[in-house]
Design a protein. Structure first.
Length: 555
């Protein structure tokens, strides 16, 4: 699926029973439809289907059932604009985790089904499985935390949850709903946890609804809260889901870190044939609809197109609750005082700000999927920083992980041996013509690669040479504009390119830098080095049919 406007195709095994159970048990918590069945919007059903996506190789062991590892995704993130329905969605998801079929219970045979009567619910609801469909079961003792920076933030979800339970069939199975906590079947409970109540973070937890992570910053202590909560979930076999508006890239938030993680990807933006390749090794599901980058948020007509795209199935004419004219009025008023905030809140965009290396939309406009066969002639770009042409991020190893290494994932150390193994694998898989490497911190490694693969293939290419680096960057921009440079659309690379800023140097030159220390640009540097290697290879008569690859170590 390329956009929310085109609908969503669930072509993978998932707990359909969980989605149907939710619509049969959850009710609309307020408004004119208060107490009526809560019918999932398109984006809500898509996100739940992915959260409960089951691994095809999941095994059912009745005496010791597989919990989180049975599912394709370890956790998920939803980034949507104001009033799109994130709060009621999160409340519905808490209901599934608290009393519904939220765990994998094996593969269905003939005549298998789910009956509420067998799970302590007298409502009479039943679900008939198709043979081979994954079955669901409830947590024996669900322990859930609704988490936010403030009590007001946790109230965004908790305030929807209470009437969703009290006014519908769930009131028959959830005996106690109070202002402070909710008592669940099996001795479980739902607690609200904020930065002011972090003492509860040591408690075991099976599911965490993490709200507005776009304001969870290191400065306010929320990085530690998120890390601690995820450790608790891992110990219980539980999982978490983040919901948020688009973030401010200068604030180093939990939302931004999740988005920039190499384990995260956004399958709704990909063609079906791309899902397998780009999904390899990535176990964080992301849903972040973004309108085409060339649309200007300050232009009234284009702003309306942006709103129509990012609100998608939440719009009234698509079965939702959002009136487009009301959103336009709010956005227009906010534009006069804080245009960046308006674009984040209503346009769903995390803006790059002034001084960006590339104009808005240029990088994204050159994304194009291609299959790169074994034996293809290509060049490599490597940035080892410790502080028609086509490019893409390579995969390596038995689980085909992206060639991006963050020392934070290796106890602060750089995995030199693993990087060398990846380089060897790429050299053997493809016909590498040139590999340009920034030597900072990797001079010894690069010397070893040159000895192994030849000094006419592996080159040191220092990125701190102002004149050479400036010319390299200018060539990238020119070829992007001409359309002779394309890339695989890797979302982490796009974030790094968006972070990159021009730093002025003498002689009307510039190099690249970071607006803030936490904002990574390493993959942008890799893309530039790979492109430079390709240009030099063509100039040396080594042929035009040369593909670029990026290899990077993030500081």
């Amino acid at each position: 699926m390329k956009s929310p406007e085109g609908g969503f195709l669930v072509d993978f095994p998932t707990l359909h029973v969980a989605l149907d159970w939710a619509e049969a048990h959850c009710v609309v918590p307020d408004g004119f439809r208060r107490g009526q069945p809560f019918v999932l919007l398109g984006w809500q059903a898509w996100c739940l289907a992915n959260f409960y996506r089951v691994r095809p190789d999941a095994q059912w062991v009745p005496e010791n059932p597989i919990l989180a590892p049975a599912f394709h995704y370890r956790r998920s993130q939803i980034v949507l604009p104001q009033k799109a329905g994130k709060g009621p969605y999160s409340a519905c998801h808490v209901c599934i985790e608290g009393a519904g079929p939220a765990l994998f219970a094996g593969w269905a045979g003939r005549d298998d089904g789910y009956s509420c009567a067998e799970h302590g619910c007298p409502c009479g609801w039943e679900y008939a499985y198709q043979p081979g469909e994954p079955m669901g079961m409830a947590w024996p003792t669900p322990l859930i935390q609704i988490t936010g920076y403030s009590e007001e933030s946790t109230g965004n979800v908790y305030g929807w949850l209470r009437p969703m339970i009290e006014r519908g069939p769930l009131s028959l199975v959830i005996p106690r709903v109070s202002e402070e906590f909710i008592r669940l079947p099996g001795g479980g409970r739902v607690d609200a946890v904020s930065s002011a109540a972090q003492s509860r973070l040591g408690n075991p937890v099976t599911y965490a609804a993490q709200d507005e992570v776009g304001i969870w910053a290191k400065a306010n202590g929320m990085h530690m809260l998120a890390t601690t909560q995820r450790r608790g979930l891992a110990g219980m076999g539980g999982r978490a889901e983040e919901t948020t508006n688009a973030w401010d890239p200068t604030q180093d938030t939990v939302a931004q870190r999740t988005a920039e993680s190499v384990t995260a990807w956004d399958p709704h933006t990909l063609e079906p044939e791309q899902r397998g390749a780009l999904g390899a090794g990535r176990d964080v599901f992301r849903f972040h609809p973004l309108a085409p980058a060339h649309l200007s948020y300050t232009d009234r007509r284009e702003r309306r197109r942006i709103h129509r795209y990012v609100y998608g199935s939440s719009l009234r004419d698509r079965g939702g609750h959002i009136d487009l004219d009301a959103i336009e009025a709010e956005a227009f008023e906010l534009l006069s005082t804080d245009p960046t905030e308006a674009e984040r809140f209503f346009g769903n965009r995390a803006k790059s700000g002034m001084g960006s290396w590339l104009p808005d939309g240029l990088w994204d406009s050159r994304a194009a999927h291609r299959d790169v066969a074994k034996g293809t002639r290509l060049v490599l770009g490597f940035d080892g920083s410790e502080s028609e042409d086509y490019g893409f991020t390579p995969l390596y190893g038995p689980d085909q992980r992206p060639c991006v290494w963050n020392p934070a994932d290796y106890n602060g150390r750089i995995p030199h041996t693993e990087i060398t193994a990846a380089v060897d694998e790429l050299m053997r898989r493809y016909r590498v013509i040139r590999m340009y490497c920034d030597p900072r911190g990797f001079a010894t490694d690069i010397e070893g690669w040159a000895l192994t693969w030849g000094g006419k293939i592996v080159f040191e290419w220092a990125t701190n040479r102002i004149s050479a680096m400036h010319e390299c960057l200018v060539r990238v921009v020119a070829d992007l504009r001409e359309g002779t440079l394309t890339h695989d659309g890797d979302p982490v690379t796009a974030l790094h390119v968006g972070n990159a800023r021009k730093l002025a140097r003498p002689g009307e030159r510039y190099i690249l830098g970071k607006p803030k220390e936490h904002m990574k640009i390493d993959l942008a540097m890799c893309a530039a080095l790979a492109h430079e290697a390709r240009c030099d290879a063509v100039a040396a008569g080594e042929g035009r049919a040369v593909t670029r690859r990026r290899v990077v170590v993030m500081n």
